[in-house]
Design a protein around this ligand. Structure first.
Ligand SMILES: [Zn+2]
Length: 598
């Protein structure tokens, strides 16, 4: 066991990297995956045999996931360990084999008649896996022949994904000549632009925005070709796979319906004045009539100077907030600490970032982060422990009943975060400065999830609609982008305050592996707002519903999970409206912060 309390232990997973138990585990896994390949290749339509195979593939994927999580932890912990890196490369090949296994399982599941499939689902060995198996069948039914899919996969390497790589290469090398407010000139890498646009000095933000626009304009033709190529390929593939609408795949990935998406957006459009009020206040705080695009991510209230928070103190604060509001979560957090399941030590060679991972095989969770003695990092801790708690609640479930979509993934983490922040806000010892800072941060988040990300969705939807009829020009892309910004921001943006080139600047539009990388985040944000609002009203009696919700996240669609465990209807705009209105008290407090006199 490590000696420092902010170091984790992985010894309950393997006695050590390269130790005999680790080596044996690897060898057995390779052998069993090879054997399974032969079995799935020989699968017939005998549903009893298919059911047995599903169970065995599930058990294999638990073991693969266990090893993969272990290696993920080791490589984050020491990013320079070459032996670990080599095994990570090795396991990615094994994962590719497992992906092929799943693909052939999908094809097999597409074949049986509805009656035969229903009989198979009734097999006791598939209890609680029905939702996952039904999804596999749907995917199997919406793919081309094996030969065509294989051709598409090969062509995508040089087509669809090549456009994505072109974007990464082109923008990764971008830099721009910037004239700083003090007059000095400097060549700045594009990767710094976003940080510069989050600076408190407005002149600096403005310079970074205007000077940083040049490369995007210079490369706009290439960027438009990439974006058209990506969307065009998708349209072709959807057609061939009998997927009628370009939103069907992202909705399927989110396990939600179009009706829920439309209800959510309707509520946002109806109540758009709520997040806009936060932007109006931000403009007041900086002394302008409205905001420019380069003002949107800048905090209006700086973090107050505080004495560094040590690890023990942060853990104590999180524990107190959790235990007061949600004793079972508090007890779980203490158990994590006692078991050394959290890695937080600042140390050279660690990978940046934070994540929660776990093993379905060992039924244990781990949290990885680096604690730099700030309130921000304490909030990250609460966020990741929230994720871990979700996994803990799911421990009794089989793994085919415990993988949840992106739409439901952030509910538990946001819930953990909100419990901590709520605890902090109600702490009588909290200074006014810290309170104002936390409110400003909360409003920045509300703006991102309720205005900016929905704006990206509106743009992407308009673009995909037009792309179906042919290539969309640079000027039309910029027009669609400005229209989407005007629609969402209204007059909270200055008359010249839009960013028409945002379609090129935002990397998310160019991710070749996933489209509409936007609305699932809005969904997750609003759903957790709704849950927390109910928790505030109902108190402890809400928690069993919350845990029922978490435990069902891998077993049904979002609509079914929410209906059955919370009794709410996601297809009703009223549900989403209530979630939006939950921001009202914080918004009012934010508006109450004294603005500087003009
Ligand atoms: Zn998260």
């Amino acid at each position: 066991m490590p000696t420092s309390p902010d170091r984790w232990s992985l010894e309950s997973w393997f006695s050590g990297f390269g130790k005999p138990d680790y080596v044996d585990f690897k060898a057995a896994l390779v052998r069993d995956i090879e054997a399974m390949k032969a079995r799935t290749a020989a699968l017939t339509s005998d549903t009893a045999v298919i059911a047995k195979t599903i169970n065995d593939i599930e058990a294999l994927s638990d073991r693969l996931g266990h090893l993969s999580a272990y290696l993920g932890c080791l490589s984050a912990d020491d990013a320079n360990d070459e032996a670990v890196k080599a095994d990570e490369a090795w396991i990615s090949k094994l994962e590719a084999e497992s992906t092929k296994l799943m693909a052939s399982l999908r094809s097999t599941l597409a074949a049986p008649s509805d009656e035969a499939f229903a009989t198979m689902l009734a097999d006791a060995s598939l209890k609680d896996a029905e939702h996952a198996v039904r999804r596999l069948r749907y995917e199997g039914q919406h793919q081309m022949s094996a030969e065509m899919e294989s051709l598409a996969a090969d062509l995508n390497v040089n087509g669809l994904h090549a456009w994505g790589r072109l974007y990464d290469t082109l923008t990764g090398k971008m830099e721009f000549q910037m004239t700083f407010p003090d007059g000095h000139k400097e060549v700045v890498p594009m990767s710094r632009r976003r940080a510069l646009m989050s600076e408190p000095d407005r002149k600096l933000r403005e310079a970074a925005f205007h000077d940083g626009q040049k490369p995007w304009n210079d490369h706009s033709v290439t960027l438009a070709a990439a974006l058209n190529g990506i969307a065009g390929t998708r349209h072709s593939l959807y057609g061939r796979r009998s997927i009628p609408h370009f939103l069907d795949t992202p909705l399927f990935d989110g396990a939600m319906s179009r009706k829920s998406l439309d209800a959510m957006l309707e509520a946002i459009h109806t109540h758009i004045e709520l997040p806009r009020r936060a932007l109006r206040k931000a403009a007041k705080l900086q002394g302008t009539t409205a905001l420019h695009y380069f003002d949107l991510e800048a905090p209006q209230i700086a973090a107050p100077e505080e004495k560094p928070l040590d690890w023990d103190e942060a853990c104590k604060t999180v524990d107190q907030a959790f235990s007061a509001a949600y004793p079972r979560l508090g007890a779980y957090f203490r158990e994590m600490l006692a078991n050394r399941w959290i890695e937080a030590q600042p140390r050279a060679g660690k990978r940046p970032g934070a994540f929660c991972t776990g093993s379905q095989f060992k039924h244990e969770e781990r949290v990885y982060m680096t604690f730099h003695q700030t309130v921000h990092d304490m909030v990250t801790l609460a966020h990741e422990v929230g994720h871990a708690w979700h996994s803990c609640v799911l421990r009794p479930a089989r793994s085919f009943a415990s993988s949840y979509p992106m739409t439901l993934a952030e509910t538990a983490s946001n819930f953990g975060e909100m419990i901590l922040l709520n605890g902090l806000m109600n702490d009588p010892g909290l200074t006014e400065a810290t309170k104002a800072y936390l409110l400003d941060q909360e409003m920045l988040r509300a703006h991102a999830y309720l205005i900016n990300i929905p704006m990206r969705y509106e743009f992407e939807k308009a673009f995909y609609t037009e792309r179906a009829a042919g290539e969309v020009s640079v000027s039309r892309l910029s027009e669609l982008m400005s229209e989407a910004q005007r629609q969402m921001y209204g007059d909270t943006l200055l008359p010249d305050g839009t960013d028409p080139m945002f379609w090129g600047y935002k990397m998310h539009f160019f991710i070749s592996g996933i489209s509409f990388y936007n609305f699932p985040y809005v969904f997750g944000y609003l759903l957790s707002q709704a849950l927390f609002a109910r928790f505030k009203v109902e108190g402890a009696s809400f928690l069993p519903h919350y845990e029922a919700f978490l435990s069902m996240t891998g077993r049904a669609t979002c609509e079914e999970v929410v209906k059955q465990t919370l009794g709410e209807d996601l297809t009703n705009p009223e549900f989403w409206a209530t979630a939006l209105k939950a921001m009202e008290p914080s918004l009012a407090a934010y508006e109450g912060i004294a603005s500087p006199q003009p």
